[in-house]
Design a protein around this ligand. Sequence first.
Ligand SMILES: C[S@@+](CC[C@H](N)C(=O)[O-])C[C@H]1O[C@@H](n2cnc3c(N)ncnc32)[C@H](O)[C@@H]1O
Length: 239
Amino acid sequence: MAIRVDILTLFPEMFDIFNQSIIGKAKEKEIVSINTWNIRDYTKDKHRKVDDYPYGGGAGMVMAAQPVVDCIRKVKDQNRGKIIFLGPRGKTFNQELAKELSTEEELVFLCGHYEGIDERIYKHIDMEVSLGDFVLTGGEMACIPVVDSILRLVPGVLASSESFTEESFYSGALEYPHYTRPAVFEGDAVPEVLMSGHHENVRKWRRAQSLNITRERRPDLFEKLELSDEDKKILNKFI
Ligand SMILES: C[S@@+](CC[C@H](N)C(=O)[O-])C[C@H]1O[C@@H](n2cnc3c(N)ncnc32)[C@H](O)[C@@H]1O
């Protein structure tokens, strides 16, 4: 097994999505394993409650420490990986972090709900990761794209590692444009270089497009790129 992921959630059924498509196939091939844990199964409350009113008042409910911490302890018997909480106060997730986490053998994700989790749960968390500067209804909504982007980088999940090494963000730039048949669609022709069969020119054209798109759409990323002499030359030649 290349990587084991355990997800602690109040809504395990939301992760059925991982039975589909590329991740579903990777599970079948036993390259990845994804296990969900229902936090509610760990509550000691006789009504199976997992949340309570916030001390100090205010809107909403707070996920109580007891069921979450007991669930974390149980998972730790089987998975020694980092405990990652999906929450808006965390480090913003990006491809670099996806790459870093894809090299781990085991990872644990904790999904919050309601107004959030009791602050004392943080003692048991190694890292908080946010999907961006907006508020979601639950950590599950963030956990799905985060886990998906990590797992597709695990060797064997995609057919070829080229599928992701040339993609947006992997090398710090956005991806070049793609075309498929027909060669002309509603009067719009595919760039000639792509049909020339000249692999070196195709490579250079794609690199130039990738750099130019990044410069136009994400100047913040472009500024961080270290352009080689060839990059500077092809930018002038193709753009
Ligand atoms: C309604 S939100 C709670 C928001 C919280 N009251 C706040 O203002 O920061 C419920 C849960 O969704 C998850 N969540 C919300 N926004 C998120 C984001 N941007 N990234 C990751 N998880 C998020 C967290 O697990 C959070 O505990």
